[in-house]
Design a protein around this ligand. Structure first.
Ligand SMILES: Nc1ncnc2c1ncn2[C@@H]1O[C@H](COP(=O)(O)OP(=O)(O)OP(=O)(O)O)[C@@H](O)[C@H]1O
Length: 576
C-alpha cells in the first residue's frame, strides 16, 4: 500500500506514527496518575499535604505535555506538524500518484485486454470505480484508519502495561477473560472483512449494468428496455443483499461477544475486593488497573472497524498494483522501436493469419497477402465479417498477427516505435466517437498543442468550417456525450478534421460515409477525396461504387484476398 511513499512521505508517516502512539498513550497515562490521586486521597492515615497536591499537579502537567508532543512534532524545516496533518498530507500525495499510475497503465494496455473482460463486467465501470472508490479507500485508510488503529493499539498496550504495573495479580488473572473477548472479536471481524470484500465485488457488477445503460440511454429508451435493465440490476443486487445478511450476522456475533466484558468486570470486582481487603493492595491501584484492563479490551474492539477498512484498502491497492504492474504485449510506452524520418514506400501484409484474443478458436485472417502502394488509395471491399476492419486494426497495431508480418518500407511493424507509428495515421470510423467537450477541443485531440489556425484549416479541409461558424458558439460549441448534439454528417466532418489536423501520412477510412444521407455523403466524400490527395489511403466500403476512384480495389472473403485490380478491371471481370 505504501509503494509510492517517497522520503518526504516516510518522514510524514514517522511523525504521524509518533502522534498516533501519543494519542493512545494519553488515557492510560492519565488513569495511571489518577490511581495515585485516589490512593493518596483514599489513604486513611492523614490529610493530603500541599506538597502531595503539587506533586500530582506536576505529573498531570507532564501527561498533558507528553500528549501535546505526541500530537505535534517538529519537522526538519521547523514547521509544527500536527499528527492529523501528517497523515492527511501523505495520504493525498500517495493516492495522487497511485491514481495517475493506474490510469497511465490502463491507457497503455493493448486493445485485446479490453476485449477479454469477464462476462457481466464493464471495463469503463471498473476503471472509474477503481480510480474513485479504490483509490479513495486507500486515501481514507492512510489519513484516518491507520492513525486510529495505531492509537487504539497504543491504548491497548499501555493499558495492559499500566494495569500490570498497578496490580500484576489482577492483570494476570484477567488475561484469560481478555483473550475470550479478543479472539472471537478477531474471528468474527475477519469473517466480516471477507463478506465485505465480496459485497464490493458484487456492487461492481451492478454498477457495470447501470453504467452501460446510462451511457447507451437512447438504445435503452428506443427498445423500451428500462424494465429489462432494472431486472438485471436487481438480480445483481440480490447477491449483494445475501452478503449483507451474512455481514449482519457476523456483526451480531461480534457485538454479542462484547458481553464478555460484563463477566470480566464482575470477576475483577470480586478479585479486586479480595486483593484490597485480604492482600493489602491499594484501592486506587486496583480500581484503575481494572478500568485499564476493560479499556484495553474495548480498544482492541475499537480498532477492528479500522482494521476492516485497512484490509479493504490493502485489497484495493492489490487491484491497483495488479493493473500498474501489468506489462502489455503491445506497449505504447515502449520507446525502443524505430521512428523513421519519412515514409516513402509500400505497406505489405505478408501471409497474415490472425484471430482475436477473445476468440482464439475463430480464425479471422487466413493467409492474407496485400500490398498498399505509397501515396495511393486502396479500397477494401467484401461481405460483412470478411475481415476488412481487422486489417485496419492490425495496421494500427491494436493487435499482433499470429503468423506472418506487416512491413512498412521493409521495416517490420512490430519493430517500429508504436506511438510514432500510430501518429502517422488518421482514422475515420463509420460512427465516429466525439468527446463531451467543444468542437475545438475535439479537433485538437488529433494533434496536441496545435494552433487555432491549424484547427480552422483542418475544419476547412474537412468541409466543416462553414457549418461550425454558423453555430452560435462556433468552435466553442459543446458536442455533448459521444457528440449527440450534432448530426451524423457534422460528427463525421469533425472526425475528418481531427484526422487531418495531424497531417497523417496514412489515412484510414472505415466506411466513413456509409451512414450518411445522399447530401451529407456528397459533402463528406468531397472532403475525403480532397484529404486523400498525396496520402496513402485505405478506405473500406461495402460496395464497389463507393470506391470507384481508388487506384486499387481489393476484395476480401473469409480473411483472404480473392480479387484485386482497378474499378474497371473488376467490373469487367464480374461482367465476364
Ligand atoms: N474485438 C473483436 N473480438 C472478437 N471478434 C471480433 C472482434 N472484432 C471483430 N471480430 C470478429 O472478426 C470478424 C471480422 O470482423 P471485421 O470487423 O474485420 O469485419 P468487416 O469485414 O469489417 O465487417 P463489416 O463490414 O460488417 O464491418 C467478424 O466475424 C467479427 O465478429
Amino acid at each position: 500500500m505504501f509503494r509510492y511513499a517517497d522520503s518526504k512521505d516516510k518522514l510524514l508517516m514517522f511523525f504521524g506514527v509518533l502522534g498516533s502512539i501519543g494519542d493512545g498513550l494519553q488515557y492510560p497515562l492519565t488513569m495511571y496518575v489518577l490511581s495515585h490521586v485516589i490512593n493518596e486521597y483514599g489513604s486513611s492515615s492523614a490529610s493530603v499535604s500541599i506538597d502531595t497536591v503539587n506533586k500530582l499537579l506536576y505529573v498531570a502537567i507532564a501527561v498533558g505535555l507528553s500528549a501535546f508532543v505526541g500530537e505535534f512534532s517538529i519537522s526538519k524545516s521547523n514547521e509544527l506538524l500536527p499528527e492529523g496533518l501528517c497523515w492527511t498530507r501523505t495520504a493525498e500525495r500517495q493516492s495522487f500518484i497511485m491514481r495517475m499510475e493506474y490510469l497511465k497503465s490502463v491507457l497503455r494496455q493493448q486493445v485485446g485486454f479490453f476485449d477479454t473482460q469477464e462476462a457481466g463486467s464493464s471495463t469503463t465501470h471498473q476503471v472509474v470505480s477503481t480510480i474513485s472508490n479504490d483509490a479513495n479507500s486507500i486515501q481514507v485508510a492512510i489519513c484516518d484508519k491507520i492513525p486510529n488503529c495505531l492509537a487504539y493499539m497504543s491504548t491497548f498496550v499501555f493499558c495492559l502495561v499500566t494495569s500490570y504495573m498497578l496490580s500484576w495479580k489482577l492483570a494476570l488473572a484477567a488475561l484469560p477473560l481478555t483473550l475470550m473477548l479478543i479472539i472471537p472479536g478477531l474471528v468474527f471481524g475477519k469473517f466480516m472483512v471477507d463478506v465485505i470484500m465480496k459485497m464490493v465485488e458484487s456492487y461492481g457488477v451492478a454498477g457495470g449494468i447501470a453504467e452501460q445503460a446510462v451511457s447507451s440511454i437512447r438504445t435503452v429508451y428506443s427498445y423500451v428496455a428500462e424494465n429489462q435493465t432494472l431486472d438485471n440490476f436487481s438480480r445483481a443486487l440480490q447477491q449483494t443483499m445475501e452478503f449483507g445478511i451474512k455481514q449482519g450476522f457476523a456483526k451480531g456475533l461480534l457485538m454479542g461477544s462484547i458481553g464478555m466484558i460484563c463477566v470480566g468486570w464482575s470477576f475483577q470486582a470480586w478479585l479486586g475486593t479480595y486483593l484490597v481487603t485480604e492482600k493489602g493492595e491499594k484501592g486506587g491501584s486496583i480500581f484503575v488497573a481494572g478500568i485499564n484492563i476493560i479499556t484495553g479490551e474495548l480498544s482492541v474492539l475499537g480498532a477492528l472497524p479500522n482494521l476492516t477498512s485497512i484490509t479493504e484498502a490493502m485489497a484495493a491497492s492489490t487491484r491497483i498494483f495488479q493493473m500498474i504492474d501489468r506489462t502489455p504485449s503491445i506497449d505504447s510506452e515502449d520507446k525502443k522501436g524505430k521512428a523513421l524520418s519519412y515514409i516513402r514506400r509500400k505497406i505489405q501484409f505478408q501471409d497474415i493469419c490472425f484471430n482475436y484474443p477473445s476468440r482464439p478458436d475463430t480464425p479471422i485472417l487466413q493467409g492474407l497477402n496485400l500490398t498498399i502502394p505509397y501515396g495511393k488509395t486502396v479500397g477494401l471491399v467484401g461481405g460483412s465479417g470478411s475481415g476488412k476492419s481487422t486489417v485496419i486494426s492490425l495496421l494500427q497495431r491494436f493487435y499482433d498477427p499470429n503468423q506472418g508480418q506487416i512491413l512498412l518500407d521493409g521495416h517490420k511493424e512490430n519493430r517500429l516505435q508504436l506511438k510514432w507509428w500510430r501518429s502517422q495515421m488518421g482514422l475515420v470510423n463509420q460512427e465516429p466517437v466525439l468527446f463531451a467537450t467543444s468542437i475545438k477541443e475535439n479537433i485538437l485531440f488529433g494533434k496536441e498543442g496545435a494552433s487555432m489556425d491549424d484547427v480552422v484549416n483542418a475544419a476547412k479541409d474537412a468541409n466543416a468550417h462553414d457549418f461550425i461558424t454558423k453555430l452560435q458558439d462556433g468552435y466553442e460549441t459543446q458536442v455533448g456525450q459521444f457528440g449527440f448534439q450534432l448530426s451524423g454528417g457534422q460528427k463525421q466532418r469533425i472526425a475528418i478534421a481531427r484526422a487531418l489536423i495531424r497531417d497523417p501520412k496514412i489515412l484510414l477510412l472505415d466506411e466513413a460515409t456509409s451512414v450518411l444521407d445522399v447530401k451529407s455523403k456528397g459533402i463528406v466524400q468531397d472532403a475525403i477525396d480532397e484529404a486523400s490527395k498525396g496520402r496513402t489511403t485505405i478506405t473500406i466500403a461495402h460496395r464497389l461504387s463507393t470506391i470507384r476512384t481508388a487506384n486499387l480495389i481489393v476484395v476480401l472473403q473469409a480473411g483472404r484476398v480473392i480479387e484485386s485490380g482497378s474499378h474497371e478491371q473488376l467490373m469487367q471481370k464480374n461482367d465476364g
